[in-house]
Design a protein around this ligand. Sequence first.
Ligand SMILES: Nc1nc2c(ncn2[C@@H]2O[C@H](COP(=O)(O)OP(=O)(O)O)[C@@H](O)[C@H]2O)c(=O)[nH]1
Ligand SMILES: [Mg+2]
Ligand SMILES: [Zn+2]
Length: 354
Amino acid sequence: MSERLLNLGLVRFFIQQLTDTCVLEERLGRVMSVQRSRSTVVCESGERVVELSSTLRQSAAIDRPVVGDWIVLDESLSRIERVLERKSFFKRLGAGSNNEIQPIAANIDILFIVTSCNEEFKESRLERYLALCAEAGATPVIILTKADRVADPGVFIHRARSVQAGVPIETANALDPETVDGVRAWIDRTSTVALVGSSGVGKSTLLNTLAGHTLAATSEIREQDKKGRHTTTHRELHLLPSGGLLIDVPGMRELRIAELNQSIGAVFEDIQLLAKQCRFADCRHEAEPGCAVLRAIQENEIDARRLANYKKLMRENALATVTLAEKRSQDREFAKMVKEGKRIKQKKSESITE
Ligand SMILES: Nc1nc2c(ncn2[C@@H]2O[C@H](COP(=O)(O)OP(=O)(O)O)[C@@H](O)[C@H]2O)c(=O)[nH]1
Ligand SMILES: [Mg+2]
Ligand SMILES: [Zn+2]
């Protein structure tokens, strides 16, 4: 396999999906960014802007190529013909009423969940990102930026540690290359890393510092509420000079979740284990007698905030999952109706020509 493809993160998982490696090697590529129906891909021969095959154009949003995907081009190297099976996949439920699952990025190995050592830090937000990360199939690392702005970042490390046992935590001053070694250690030559977090936490700054030059625009945060403005507008995979790929994922502000039952459980394992000891199997941990979760809160083993967020995420997930299922069955019903309509029309025209 060519050096260029290996440096783009090509690993056995993808090579195995090719039936004829020799023929396909020159047609294999990785999606670096997507602009409407066009994608910028890098293949052995270099970068190309390509279209979608007609089949892909008509397929559902989640089956079309998204940034990070490994794809196979047609013989003319101008169209994406096939999207290889994904190793991991970030998706979200679309905003508004259309309730469509939207792809965010594919084949992310590591998710840098970026948050700052200031008022922006919220355990509940980390819990939400961690559930999404577990669902997508990536490894999470919590990055605490702006460690240079506080006397003791230890307080934030301690709070981050309470969110999910075993998740690695790194601190950094995203502006200072000397402080990002811990972060950099997570990125090796074949890994693809995505940066998520609220705007203003330093994702673009960290990306630039890791790259050693400016790849993404950054912007000052508002002093009064520490909130940032959205500067990054599209998702693009960047190849780092030191190896590895990095993507800054903007627009994750409205992270609606759906279909993540297992992954919420992975983040709130403590609560789910305790729940097994509740007197009632269907205990809702509201005010039931013999509730082991409420007892743990009284004894300060678990934060009331944590239980509230667990319930909130479970509710949100259940609601969205039902809505999605309804929409899917409506879509099926609609397809049936269209088919039936076509059949009747066909019959009519046949009876006219007879
Ligand atoms: N002191 C300090 N400032 C930072 C750090 N990280 C980011 N900033 C500043 O925070 C602001 C927002 O950073 P930016 O990278 O645009 O945030 P993004 O919205 O997450 O991409 C900029 O003014 C950065 O210079 C850090 O670790 N320490
Ligand atoms: Mg940014
Ligand atoms: Zn209970």
